[in-house]
Ligand binder design. Structure first.
Ligand SMILES: [Zn+2]
Length: 351
């Protein structure tokens, strides 16, 4: 040690900086975080020795200062940050999934039954289906999960606990699912997917603006109501019975195929609360509030005959069918909601 003494003193300031940089680098590369805590607390003579890899143990030396002879040999590039500083330590999931291509006439319930899973699990494996209103069309490729649950895309910052909380499924059940390949300390790696057994994916629900923000409304007893109340009965919104998708958990409406530009009728009397572009998959959308708790939605339209605030009567032509938004062919997506809950339109119009 003594023969390096003069050099050591001369470059002491530099060496401290280089030493700290090397220490940080070592922590990155070898995950020595617990060791460095011990060093900082001053009780880690052993860990300091192992970090510096010195051949002459010296208990009196400040562990944060390296002698020149003790520096590990590193080239210049080793001082640059690693491409992924958050080095993943753990095992990656190893899933194997069946894919299913939707053919004409298939229903979510039928597909689910074929594979022995719940219809909701179709959403569990295919997140895009829950984000819009009509993707389960002929030709759609579905991931079929082997058991009921949700395939979760791991986001940066996700932990086993946060995923458990998000879906209300105990961590033990996520760990117990073998293809997740989770081993202690159960770190999740972004850009992978883990299976959450028994979970159900929550659907995104877009709600039209409040009636108070459009014309044609009045206030009664403190609540905002449309000026006209519907009949309470509903008629077919189009002159077609060519159903392409029925109502189910993952599809809150009824899809009916027909040529672009066909007439769309107000299913009941009411006030138009929305007539415009919807970014959540509906495309050109009209929403009619019937003043009795009911609302009807008409999606993927090509044209509008009405504007927000306008009163429409049952059977009025309110627009033209189209293929806008998340749509793979000309069709109308028709929804009936009662007090903001999506109901099966077929129960009202008789499919
Ligand atoms: Zn639809």
């Amino acid at each position: 040690m003594s023969k390096f003494e003069p050099i050591w003193r001369r470059f002491q300031g530099h060496m401290v900086i280089v030493g700290i940089a090397l220490l940080i680098l070592l922590i990155w590369r070898f995950g020595l975080r617990p060791s460095i805590v011990a060093v900082a607390e001053g009780d880690g003579g052993d860990t300091a020795v192992s970090l510096a890899a010195t051949s002459e143990p010296d208990a009196t030396r400040d562990p944060l200062q390296f002698g020149t002879g003790e520096l590990p040999v590193l080239d210049d590039s080793s001082l640059a940050p690693a491409p992924n500083p958050h080095t993943f330590e753990g095992t990656l999931p190893q899933h194997e999934f069946i894919t299913h291509t939707v053919v004409r006439g298939e229903t979510p319930n039928g597909i689910a039954e074929q594979y022995g899973i719940e219809p909701e699990t179709i959403l569990g494996g295919n997140p895009r289906l829950s984000e819009e209103s009509s993707l389960l069309q002929v030709g759609t490729e579905l991931i079929i999960l082997p058991i009921d649950g949700v395939l979760h895309d791991v986001q940066p910052g996700d932990t086993l606990e946060s995923v458990s909380e998000q879906y209300g499924i105990p961590t033990e059940e996520i760990i117990a699912y073998e293809p997740n390949n989770l081993e202690f300390p159960y770190r999740l790696q972004p850009d992978t997917q883990i299976m959450v057994p028994g979970a159900v994916r929550e659907l995104f629900v877009w709600t039209p603006p409040d009636l108070s923000s459009v014309g044609g409304t009045s206030v009664e007893g403190g609540s905002v109501r449309p000026v006209i109340v519907g009949t309470g009965t509903f008629i077919f919104p189009v002159n077609s019975r060519n159903y392409t998708q029925f109502f189910w958990y993952g599809h809150p409406g009824l899809d009916i195929a027909l040529p672009e530009g066909s007439a769309v009728y107000a299913s009941d009397t009411g006030t138009v609360t929305f007539a415009g572009w919807n970014v959540y998959g509906y495309g050109n959308l009209i929403v009619v509030n019937h003043g009795n708790g009911y609302e009807t939605f008409y999606g993927h339209l090509s044209s509008f005959n009405v504007t927000p605030g306008q009163i429409v009567y049952q059977g009025n032509v309110i627009g033209g069918t189209g293929n806008t938004g998340n749509s793979s062919g000309p069709h109308i997506h028709f929804e009936i909601r009662i007090n903001n809950n999506r109901d099966n339109p077929c129960w009202y119009i008789g499919c």
